[in-house]
Design a protein around this ligand. Structure first.
Ligand code: XMP
Length: 511
C-alpha cells in the first residue's frame, strides 16, 4: 500500500500530521528520525515528511537528518524544524531569530503550483518557531513569505524537495489540509487506498497468515479496541479464537450483562468465556487504601484469573490484544517516552511461562480509525462510542478502601450522571464523564433531620487523547438536574460537587 513516512523529531504536532494524512485516505507511519534500522528506499514509500522539533538546528545535540532521506531520491516535505534541517543540511544558513514568531501570520505565495496548487495568492498560516533561515542553499528557492519570515516556503529545482516554516497540520492553518494533499497526491503520487474496507481486508489476510491453524485467546474488556480486535480476528479465523471476559466487580451498572449480550451477538454463543471473579477481587482489595497498591493488586489478580481460565482451554499460541497506534508510537519520540505518572494496567504483563505470542491487528490504527472499522464491522454504536474506561475500573474512583457498599453507591451515581449527560448535546464531545465517590461524611438537612452522607463528584472532561484535558462547560441546568437526582435517588450521597480542574495540573481520574 502507498505509504508516507513521517520522521519524528519530537514535535508535539507529529501525530497530528499523521492524522491529517490518514484523513486523506493515505497510509502513513511515524518513525523515529534516526530510523532505527528501517529502510526508506522501499517502493511503497512514496514520500517523506520531516516533523517539527523542540530543538533548534543550531543546538549541538540537535537531531540530524539521516543521509538516507536525500539518498532515497523520494519527495520530501520538511515542516518547521524539518525545513530548517533540510536547509542547513544542503548548505544554507539558519540563525536564531530576534524574537519567536508565534501565532497566525499572513502568508504570501510568490510562486503558485506544487504544494500551493489551486490555492490563492494569500492565506493565513500558523507559525511557531524561534529560528529563521538567513541564507538558502543554491539548490533551493523561496516560494512564499510572511512579514517576519522571508522564506516561509521553499522548494528545490525539480519540485521534489519542499520546506514550509508554518504548520499545515493545525486547524489554525485553514488550507493546511489542501497543502498536505498537494504534497501527498500531486508531488508523491500516492493513491487514496486507506479505507475501512481495505484495512479490514488487509488485516484479515494478515491475521490468517500469522495465525495459520493455531489457537488464539483474547482478554475482552468490552471497549471498542478489544471488541474490534476480536471481531476482526473472528472474521479471519472463526472458532480458533476464544475470548475471556473477567468480571472484576469494578465495572459500571449493567456493564457485564451488556458486554456478554453484545459479544454473543457479534461472535456467536460459545466464543466468550465469562469469569465471574467479583468476590475474589473484593477480598484482595479489603483494607487497601493506597491507589498504586490497588492498581497492582487488580493487575495481579486479573492475570491470575485470566491464566486459570486460559488453562482450562488447553494451550493457545497467541494472545490477541487491542493495542492501538498511540501506544506504539509513544515510545519512539525524540523526547523519550512520556513520563508515566501512574502505572497503567495492561494485559501486556502476562507471565512468560504462559508462552503466548502477542498479536495486535490494530497496532497501526488511531482511535478514530478503529471506530470507523468497528462501524464497518457492525459493532453496536454504544461500543463504538464508548468512553475510555480504566483497567482498574471503579476502584480508582472510590477514594480509599473499595467495599461492596461503596461500589453500589458509585454505580448509581455514575449511572445518573451519564443518563443525564446523554440527554445533552455536549455528551458526544466528552472524552470521559463519570462519578467519583469521596467517602467522607458531610452534613446535610433532609426534612427536620441532619444527615451525614458521602460526597459525590461529577468529573467530565474534553480531551484529544487523555494526555491533557479540559473540564467541560456543562450547562447549569444539566448540573442542577444531576445534583438533585443524585441526592434524592442515591442513598448514601448527601452532597454533589463538580470538579473544575483541568489536566495538568490534575489528572483525569481521582486516584
Ligand atoms: P489520568 O488519570 O492519568 O488518566 O489523567 C488518563 C487516561 O488514562 C486512564 N487511566 C487508566 N487506564 N489503567 C488504565 O487502563 C489505569 O490504571 C488508568 N489510570 C488512568 C484514564 O481513564 C484516562 O482516560
Amino acid at each position: 500500500m502507498d505509504t508516507i513516512v513521517i520522521l519524528d523529531f519530537g514535535s508535539q504536532y507529529t501525530r497530528l500530521i499523521a492524522r491529517r494524512i490518514r484523513e486523506l485516505q493515505v497510509y502513513c507511519e511515524i518513525w523515529p528520525y534516526h530510523l532505527q534500522g528501517r529502510r526508506l528506499d522501499l517502493p511503497e514509500i512514496k514520500g517523506i515528511i520531516l516533523s517539527g522539533s523542540p530543538f533548534s538546528v543550531i543546538d549541538k545535540n540537535a537531531p540530524s537528518l539521516p543521509p538516507q532521506v536525500l539518498a532515497s531520491n523520494k519527495p520530501v516535505l520538511g515542516i518547521c524544524y524539518g525545513m530548517q534541517l533540510l536547509i542547513s543540511s544542503l548548505g544554507g544558513k539558519v540563525v536564531k531569530a530576534q524574537g519567536r514568531e508565534y501565532g497566525k501570520a499572513k502568508l504570501t505565495i510568490t510562486e503558485r503550483g506544487g504544494i500551493f496548487q489551486n490555492l490563492g495568492g494569500e492565506m493565513v498560516c500558523w507559525m511557531s518557531h524561534g529560528d529563521s533561515v538567513k541564507e538558502l542553499p543554491d539548490s533551493l528557492l523561496g516560494v512564499a513569505r510572511t512579514e517576519d519570515c522571508e522564506y516561509a516556503a521553499v522548494r528545490d529545482q525539480e519540485g521534489k524537495i519542499w520546506g514550509i516554516q508554518f504548520h499545515p497540520e493545525v486547524s489554525h492553518t485553514p488550507f493546511g489540509k489542501e497543502i498536505l494533499a498537494n504534497f501527498v497526491f500531486g508531488i508523491c503520487g500516492s493513491r487514496p487506498e486507506w479505507t475501512p474496507e481495505s484495512i479490514i481486508q488487509q488485516q484479515i489476510q494478515w491475521i490468517r497468515n500469522e495465525i495459520k491453524g493455531e489457537k488464539v485467546i483474547c482478554a475482552l474488556s468490552g471497549g471498542v479496541d478489544s471488541v474490534t480486535a476480536a471481531v476482526l480476528t473472528y472474521r479471519a479465523i472463526g472458532d480458533q479464537l476464544t475470548c475471556i471476559f473477567v468480571n472484576n466487580g469494578l465495572l459500571r451498572k449493567g456493564e457485564p450483562e451488556k458486554v456478554l449480550h453484545n459479544m454473543e451477538k457479534l461472535l456467536g454463543k460459545d466464543r466468550v468465556i465469562y469469569a465471574d471473579a467479583q468476590e475474589r477481587f473484593l477480598a484482595e482489595l479489603k483494607g487497601v487504601l493506597d491507589p498504586e497498591e490497588k492498581r497492582k493488586i487488580i493487575g495481579r489478580v486479573f492475570i491470575e484469573v485470566f491464566e486459570e481460565e486460559a488453562q482450562k482451554l488447553g494451550q493457545a499460541t497467541f494472545l490477541l490484544q487491542g493495542t492501538t497506534y498511540p501506544d506504539v508510537i509513544e515510545s519512539v519520540s525524540v523526547s523519550g517516552p512520556s513520563a508515566r505518572i501512574k502505572t497503567h494496567h495492561n494485559v501486556g504483563g502476562l507471565p512468560e511461562h504462559m508462552n503466548l505470542r502477542v498479536i495486535e491487528p490494530l497496532r497501526f490504527l488511531f482511535k478514530d480509525e478503529v471506530r470507523k472499522l468497528a462501524g464497518q464491522l457492525k459493532v453496536p454504536e454504544d461500543i463504538v462510542w464508548r468512553q475510555p474506561f480504566p483497567g482498574p475500573g471503579l476502584a480508582v474512583r472510590i477514594i480509599g478502601e473499595v467495599t461492596e457498599e461503596r461500589l453500589e453507591v458509585l454505580r448509581e451515581l455514575d449511572f445518573i450522571i451519564n443518563q443525564e449527560l446523554k440527554r445533552s448535546p455536549i455528551y458526544k464531545k466528552l472524552w470521559q464523564s463519570f462519578g467519583v465517590l469521596v467517602p467522607v461524611r458531610s452534613v446535610g438537612v433532609m426534612g427536620d433531620e441532619r444527615t451525614y452522607r458521602y460526597v459525590g463528584v461529577l468529573r467530565a472532561v474534553m480531551s484529544e487523547d487523555g494526555m491533557t484535558a479540559d473540564w467541560s462547560r456543562i450547562s447549569y441546568d444539566t448540573l442542577d438536574t444531576i445534583a438533585r437526582r443524585v441526592v434524592n435517588e442515591v442513598p448514601g450521597i448527601g452532597r454533589m460537587v463538580y470538579d473544575i480542574t483541568s489536566k495538568p495540573p490534575a489528572t483525569i481520574e481521582w486516584e
